[in-house]
Design a protein around this ligand. Structure first.
Ligand code: RB5
Length: 148
């Protein structure tokens, strides 16, 4: 499994923690920045990771900003991205099983490291359930093609 990861300055510390966790688990990770706590713009990172995941260069992506809100909104503008902002384990699992989320978004200023890593683990382990959920996800993708 290959994960694309990225954050702005507000999510930098948590991104680094998640990278360490993924390394320890033997999961391949490509860091799309940012590379310090210097202020930067989350849409730039969301776009880079979103394109890499939508283009299927990477299986999944993880994005972190201060709240997880801006970076997930921006990522969801890329066709093919289904970014889910999850701050609990139940939602993280459901976002994979029901929504086939291909990007997990987190807010470093919202939750602690321990919960964040549990969420990452649950999200990576959960599988898309398909069936009726596939029909609904296909309808989401249809909205992208025909928004009017
Ligand atoms: C940066 O200060 C902050 O606005 C950003 O990390 C994020 O929370 C935006 O949604």
């Amino acid at each position: 499994m290959q994960i694309a990861i990225g954050s702005d300055h507000g999510g930098y510390q948590l991104k680094e923690e998640i990278k360490q966790y993924l390394d320890k688990e033997g999961i391949g990770v490509k860091d799309f920045g940012t590379y310090s706590t210097e202020s930067c713009d989350y849409p730039d990172i969301a776009k880079a990771v979103g394109k890499a995941v939508a283009g299927e260069e990477y299986d999944k992506g993880i994005l972190v900003c201060g709240t997880g809100i801006g970076i997930s909104i921006a990522a969801n503008k890329i066709p093919g991205v289904r970014a889910a902002l999850c701050h609990d384990v139940f939602s993280a699992k459901a976002s994979r099983e029901h929504n086939n989320a291909n990007i997990l978004a987190l807010g470093e200023r919202v939750i602690g490291r321990g919960l964040a890593l549990e969420i990452v683990q649950a999200w990576l382990e959960a599988e898309f359930a398909g069936g009726r959920h596939e029909r609904r996800v296909n309808k989401i993708m249809e909205i992208e093609k025909n928004p009017n």
